[in-house]
Design a protein around this ligand. Structure first.
Ligand code: NAG
Ligand code: NAG
Ligand code: NAG
Ligand code: NAG
Ligand code: NAG
Ligand code: NAG
Ligand code: NAG
Ligand code: NAG
Ligand code: NAG
Ligand code: NAG
Length: 433
């Protein structure tokens, strides 16, 4: 017997490779504490054990963790599809293997929201498209040609930014059409940049959470037809993110996979830049988590965080900002602060615990590193030293989501939103590369 849904994620392949440094804490929730390293936690049916090392065995050395695996995991296999590569059912039409969702001629696509989840996710995505439209135009409005040229951005580069703004018109139109007459209208925004370089850096970050915020919910939408359209806009947004990285002289795509994060992560990051919205705009139901400040973040505008000779725009520069093992210092705000459009949203947490872990969301992974010296609003951790599928691919690279949590729950890309009740502050973006 197999667990196809796990093997599809590569869990088998990796857990038996040389990754004995992975840490699984079994201390929380009264579960048994395992003290030796490399203990097979569960012998899954193929006889492939799931290895893990505990945090307890050496917390100082803990470099990351797939997290606390809930009881009863891995669950009983429920997928009976045999994975032989041979057809198992008659084809509904020539050259069309059986199965799939909405593949029959009787399935007429309906490009609308089918649930609250759909409508509110698309509404959040529309807010994101609206700010991008305003932001790209604002950069072109605010800075002179001379200022762009001093940052080595040419007339062609500026027209590319203008084109990206035009793309946002299309994206906003498309989502508005899906949502119908009550779709949120464009708001007014406030931006943290003073210079062209800071503008580019902000665009690179904003499109990062725009892109990942959609990946987090796209496969969960009830309306597959609406998901199809949104997918085709978010692939464009992904290209925008990469272009802003290149404008900033960063390596264009230093990861093998782009991460998906929950809607409330995107909303937490977006809301502070929305100054006011028109009366009558529907209220978003997503959560605003307390602000997480990273006190020693790297600045991609500067050569390497310590000097300020910048890298000019380029297709690529081989450069790295942070390193595995680097200390990362946090300051986290308490909940209960007004934020967002018309200051009408309030930051909150569901947990009342203090933070114990930094949760890193990147590539296919949610990994945890222990927090040290936790006080009422400060703590620090170390950047994890974990690779995915190859020693060449550090999980933490690029622009990375990091949040503080009260537990290190084991999560995978399709159930990442289960982290939400455990978030104490954040996320914010760590600039690793
Ligand atoms: C990263 O995610 C992949 C895919 O789900 C998984 O196989 C691997 O074990 C994870 N690694 C860590 C360190 O969590
Ligand atoms: C696929 O079908 C062929 C022909 O029936 C058979 O010989 C082969 O063993 C099947 N492959 C698997 C993996 O079951
Ligand atoms: C991040 O990616 C860049 C580009 O591939 C690479 O040069 C750098 O070494 C990576 N960082 C780490 C920590 O592996
Ligand atoms: C937010 O503030 C703006 C500007 O003061 C105002 O026009 C608008 O009606 C307010 N929106 C809401 C939802 O109260
Ligand atoms: C950062 O830049 C400074 C000045 O250019 C250089 O001396 C230093 O070695 C660089 N540090 C790293 C980690 O690349
Ligand atoms: C580096 O940046 C600081 C602060 O903006 C500025 O005062 C200083 O002159 C800059 N140094 C160089 C070499 O550009
Ligand atoms: C722009 O490019 C020139 C020539 O490569 C370089 O001397 C200058 O430092 C660059 N300016 C910036 C802001 O990167
Ligand atoms: C990261 O892990 C690799 C492989 O285990 C090890 O060789 C390297 O020294 C580690 N780096 C740090 C900074 O811990
Ligand atoms: C953590 O706390 C210990 C004990 O108070 C202190 O010695 C150490 O310097 C602190 N570490 C950091 C990085 O602040
Ligand atoms: C998330 O999904 C993985 C399977 O990919 C499962 O093992 C894990 O227990 C799930 N996490 C929670 C908190 O349910």
């Amino acid at each position: 017997m197999k667990l196809p849904y796990l093997s599809a994620l590569g869990l088998f392949a990796l857990t038996v490779s040389a990754h004995s440094e992975y840490v699984v804490a079994f201390s929380a929730g009264g579960e048994s504490t395992i003290t030796a390293s490399n203990i097979p936690l569960n012998s899954v049916a193929d006889g492939i054990p799931q290895y893990a090392t505990t945090t307890e065995s050496d917390p100082e050395k803990a470099t990351g963790s797939p997290g606390r695996i809930p009881k009863g995991n891995p669950p009983e296999p429920v997928n009976v599809y045999p994975n032989t590569g041979n057809l198992t059912r008659p084809e509904p039409m020539p050259y069309m293997p059986a199965g799939g969702i909405n593949t029959s001629p009787d399935d007429i696509p309906v490009y609308q929201a089918f649930s609250d989840f759909d409508w509110q996710s698309l509404s959040l995505a529309l807010h994101q498209e609206w700010i991008e439209l305003d932001l790209f135009q604002e950069g072109l409005r605010r800075f002179t040609v001379e200022e762009f040229e001093a940052a080595n951005l040419t007339a062609d580069d500026r027209s590319l930014i203008e084109f990206m703004a035009q793309q946002e018109v299309g994206h906003a139109t498309m989502i508005t059409n899906i949502l119908g007459p009550n779709a949120p209208r464009q708001c007014e925004y406030q931006y943290p940049f003073q210079t062209v370089s800071e503008f580019i850096d902000f665009c690179q970050k904003l499109t990062r959470w725009g892109e990942s915020g959609v990946y987090g919910f796209l496969p969960h939408l009830d309306s597959r037809a609406a998901a199809q359209l949104l997918l085709q806009s978010i692939t464009t947004e992904a290209r925008q993110q990469m272009i802003f990285r290149q404008f900033e002289g960063l390596f264009p795509m230093p990861v093998w996979f782009e991460v998906g994060v929950p809607q409330s992560f995107a909303w937490t990051l977006l809301a502070p830049y929305i100054k006011s919205c028109p009366a009558g705009n529907p209220r978003l139901p997503w959560q605003n988590f307390p602000t997480l400040h990273i006190l020693n973040n790297y600045n991609a505008i500067q050569a390497n965080g310590s000097a300020n000779a910048s890298y000019p725009p380029a297709i690529t520069h081989n450069r790295q900002l942070s390193h595995p093992g680097d200390e990362v210092h946090f300051f986290f705000e308490p909940p209960g602060q007004a934020v967002g459009p018309n200051m009408s949203y309030v930051t909150s947490t569901i947990t009342e615990e203090s933070p114990k872990w930094a949760a890193w969301f990147n590539q296919l992974n949610i990994t945890y590193t222990p927090l040290y010296n936790v006080s009422e609003n400060e703590a620090y951790t170390r950047q994890p030293n974990l690779t995915l599928y190859s020693e060449l691919n550090q999980i933490v690279n690029g622009t990375v989501f990091v949040a503080l949590t009260d537990t290190d729950l084991y999560l995978t890309p399709h159930n990442v939103s289960l982290v939400l009740p455990h978030v104490v502050a954040g996320p914010n973006l760590w600039q690793a590369g």
